[in-house]
Design a protein around this ligand. Sequence first.
Ligand code: SF4
Ligand code: SF4
Length: 468
Amino acid sequence: MKLMYLLIFADMVMLGLALTFTIESIHEKEPRATKFGGAGVFAALVIFVLIIWTPAMRLSITVFFLFGGLFIFICLIPGKPNPGLLKGSTSYMLNEGKRFDERDIVFARARMTKNGSSEQAGIYRRYYEKHPEKEEPDAKRRNKGLIGKLGKIDNCQTSSIAMTKAGFDIPNLLGPHAVAQPQIPRVDLSPEKATDLVKNFARHIGADLVGICKLNPQWVYSFRGELHYENWNDWGKPLEDFPPFAVVMLTEMDREHVSAAPHTPSVAESANDYAKGAYISTVLARFFAHMGYRGVAQHNRHYDTLMVPLAIDAGLGELGRQGYLIAPKYGARVRIFATLTDMELIPDRPISIGAEEFCSKCKKCAEACPSRSIPSNEKVLYSGVEKWKLDEELCFDYWSKIGTDCAICMAICPFSRPYTFSHIIVRWLVARSPVVQKLFPILDNWIYGKKWRPRKVSPWLDYTTRTN
Ligand code: SF4
Ligand code: SF4
C-alpha cells in the first residue's frame, strides 16, 4: 500500500509539471511544445489509472520513476563555474587587443558620402584610400539605405513604420545632451551608498537590470566615426578622456513583438527600447551632473564604447553565438545602455550562466539565420578577441533587403523564452549542470523544433493590414 501512495505522489509531481509546461506552451504559442506537454499529461493520467487498477504494473512503474529520478539527480550534479567567464570580458582577449575604431563600423561607413560638403568629401577620400576594398560594397549599401525601405517585408505598413520612427526619434533628440558636466561641487557619498542609490534610481527610471563595472579602456573606441549631427570636425578624433565607471543597464524587449521577427513589430520594439535606453541613460547622466560628477550617456546616438563587453563586466550576462548578450532573465531579448561616470561605485562581478557551453552545442541561431551570418563552427580570434564572429555586413545586407532589423536570432534563442516556471527551472539547471548544458540543446530541438516561424501578434499590432 505504501508503494502505491509513493507512486501516486511521483505521478502527481509528473502531472503537475506536465500540466504547467502545457499551459505555459499554449501561452507562448508553441504548438509543438504544447503537444509534448499534452503527451506528458496524458501519460501521467494513464500511469495513475494503472497504479490504481493494475497492481501488476506497479513494479514497471516503479522502475520508470526510478530512472526518472536518476536522470533528475544527474542533472542536479553541479559543475564548476567557467573560470574564464568569471574574469569578465578580458577572458575573451587572447592577446593584447587593439581598440576598435568606430570609423570601421558599418553604420559609420554608411553615413559617409563623397557628394556632401568639402569636409565630408575629404573624409570619404581619406577613408577609402586606406580601405579601397570596402568602397564598392559600401556604396551599394548606401544606395539601398542602411535599413533599406523601412518595413518593406510588410509592404511598408503605415502604423508599424510610425511606431518604429517614433521610437528612433527619441535618441535622435537626446543625443546632443549625452554629455553632462558637474553642476555643483561634488556631493560626498560612500561607494556603498552611491552604488545603492544609483542602482535603485536606474531601476526606478526604467532599467530592467543594472550592473556596474570599471570601464576597461580596451572597449572604448579608439577614434570617433559615427556622426549624427553634421559634426564632421569630430570624425577621426581620438577618444581619450573617459570616466572610470560604467553603470550598465538592460531593457527587456517585449516577447510578443520579438516573436514576430523578422516582421515590423520586432524593429518597432527595437526602436521602443532605444527610446527607453536614451531616456534612462541621459537622465542618469544628468543625475550625476546634479550630484557634482560627470555623466556620459551611451545610447544609439552617442556611443563611446562597445556595449556587450561592458555588460559582461558588469555581471549582466554572457556573449552568445549570435553576438548578442545573453542575460539571465531575458536571454538575448535585451538592449544595452550605459552611463559613464567618475562617481566612485562598487563594481559587480561577472557571471557564468552556462550560455557559452550551451551555445557550443546549440547552433539554433546559426541554422535559422536567413543570411548565414552566424558561424556554426568554433570561435575564432578576431582583433585579439576570441569569439564566434558574426558577419555583420551580410547581416546588415539582409536588413536592407527586408527593411527591418530581422531579429530572428534573438527570437529563436532558447534563452529568450519568457521568465516562467518551466524556463526558470531550465535556466537554473543550465547555469549549473554540465550534463544539462550538453543535453538540453538537443532536447530543445525536439520539443520546440529547429525552424523559425514568426508568431501571430495581437490585433492592435497587426502588420498585414494596410492602414492607409
Ligand atoms: S540560439 Fe543557441 S547557439 Fe544561438 S545564441 Fe542562443 S543558445 Fe546560443
Ligand atoms: S539579425 Fe537576422 S540576418 Fe542578422 S544575424 Fe540575426 S538572424 Fe542573421
